[in-house]
Design a protein around this ligand. Structure first.
Ligand code: ATR
Length: 271
């Protein structure tokens, strides 16, 4: 049976084994998917052991996306742009290929939620790895202006400099005043129950407030957006599932349907 795994540290909380096992059942693919706790400085060795025992492909999560980027022999354009790899596989020539499906997962989820990204102006909050991986796919999907706001301005400026004039960097207190139909929270503040602090006036024309963080309850950012009248809020569960579906496709050539798996995960949280 073909073996796949997610590598992280910590890894106990990962939903990937459940998600990929469900995808395998749905698509009738005989495969095994495990969670592997790699030592913080030892991703390469852990990956080598996995391949030696028949591993065909993997997902990579915190803190190994940069180490996987260094390890891959062939990088997709998406991975190069993101500076990080979340999906690994071995091609027919035996070379290790690194890709990044996080950004296309976000775009797929926004599309599922009814957002038309063509011609859209987006406010993206946060300038870490999650944000960097999202920008290229958002621009490819037709976003015409992307305001990248971060608590630490210099980090937003460094990322914006790797893109063209469609991406504008700023701090939270000097976000240009204009209509933002889509506001995405790519900060990690939600992991600690917080949210980036920006003036609620920026929510005035917002149709969807999207938080890349997810959990059993609406995040602080989603609750704040709802309080100020934003009609639609979403967390990053759909993005998690869509990036997993894109990885599954790279490995198995089939795109699974994320909806039944999303329903199962929500059911688990509800009980
Ligand atoms: P990730 O890979 O999840 O993007 P990261 O690279 O550590 O993680 O980046 C975390 C992002 O969340 C950064 O933009 C960080 O802001 P700073 O660059 O100013 O540190 C942001 N962040 C984390 N906690 C935050 C908070 N409480 N308020 C605002 N921004 C926060």
């Amino acid at each position: 049976m073909d073996r796949y795994a997610v590598f992280g540290n910590p890894i106990g909380q990962s939903k990937s084994p459940f998600i990929h096992s469900q995808f395998a059942l749905q698509c009738n693919q005989p495969m095994q998917y495990d969670a592997i706790l790699a030592p913080v400085e030892g991703f390469a060795d852990s990956w080598a052991d996995f391949v030696a025992s028949g591993g065909k492909g993997g997902n990579v999560t915190v803190p190994f996306k940069e180490q996987a980027f260094q390890l891959a022999e062939i990088l997709s354009a998406r991975a190069q742009q993101a500076g990080a790899v979340n999906t690994l596989y071995i091609n027919n020539d035996g070379q290790l290929c690194g890709d990044n499906t996080d950004g296309i997962g976000l775009v797929a989820d926004l599309t599922r939620l009814g957002v038309n990204l063509a011609g859209c102006t987006v406010l993206l909050l946060g300038a870490g790895g999650a944000s960097r991986g999202a920008i290229g796919p958002l621009l490819d999907a037709g976003v015409t202006q992307l305001v990248l706001a971060n608590r630490t301005l210099s980090k937003a400026q460094t990322i914006a400099a790797t893109f063209d004039s469609r991406v504008l960097a700023c701090g939270y207190t000097d976000i240009p005043v204009q209509a933002y139909p889509l506001i995405i929270n790519a900060t990690s503040a939600g992991l600690a129950g917080g949210r980036p602090v920006i003036d609620p006036n920026y929510l005035k024309d917002c149709q969807l407030a999207y938080d890349m963080v997810y959990g059993s309850r609406p995040t602080a950012f989603m609750q704040w957006a709802e309080q100020y009248g934003v009609v639609q809020q979403a967390d990053g569960l759909g993005m998690l599932l869509a990036q997993a579906a894109a990885a599954f496709r790279l490995w198995r050539g089939i795109t699974p349907d994320i909806n039944p798996v999303m329903a199962l995960l929500k059911q688990q949280w509800a009980t």
